[in-house]
Design a protein around this ligand. Structure first.
Ligand code: COA
Length: 143
């Protein structure tokens, strides 16, 4: 069984590895640290024996944004991503946040399906969003 807990600074190398292996954009240790310090209550990890997934977000006024969500491949399809998302949404709710948005690559069909099944809808498309020029969908839901 995994459990979801708040990120601690000594999780940084696990999170860096998971981001490197599972996300297409590159995130430096400094950037991950900055994201954490900007909103410590919006950063969670899923721990089995090791950390196998994480979610990190930012907030502005009554909107939160999911910046990164990733689960190591062998642990996918077991509810870890859903548990991370739910913990993040709970934290948003307790801070009075009303909406959550995120960007997802338009060809990341499994992530789009994941978010759609969890109440998000596509609201717009941004050309040249990713560093390789790929477009993104912006997805959005109310808390
Ligand atoms: C998107 C992601 C975080 C979901 O994590 P997860 O732990 O697999 O999520 P869950 O197990 O809670 O749910 C996965 C869904 O896929 C289904 N599924 C079944 N087997 C699966 C598998 N082997 N891999 C992925 N999903 C699977 C689940 O049944 C569930 O379907 P549902 O939406 O109909 O309920 C994960 O796939 C991932 O890390 N992807 C790569 C990184 C990425 O694209 N991140 C999002 C960028 S914005």
């Amino acid at each position: 069984m995994y459990h979801i807990r708040k990120f601690r600074e000594d999780d940084i190398y696990d999170v860096f590895r998971i981001a490197f292996e599972n996300l297409t954009e590159r995130y430096s240790l400094d950037l991950i640290r900055d994201i954490y310090h900007a909103w410590p209550d919006g950063f969670f990890v899923a721990e089995l024996v090791d950390v196998v997934g994480f979610i990190a977000g930012s907030k502005y006024g009554k909107n939160a944004r999911i910046l990164m969500l990733a689960v190591d491949e062998p642990y996918r399809g077991k509810g870890v991503g859903t548990a991370l998302l739910n913990r993040f949404l709970l934290s948003c709710k307790s801070e009075g946040i009303e909406t959550v948005s995120l960007e997802v690559r338009v060809n990341n069909y499994s992530a789009i399906r994941f978010y759609t099944n969890r109440g998000f809808q596509i609201v717009s498309r941004v050309e040249n969003y990713y560093s390789n020029g790929d477009p993104a969908y912006i997805m959005w839901r109310m808390i």
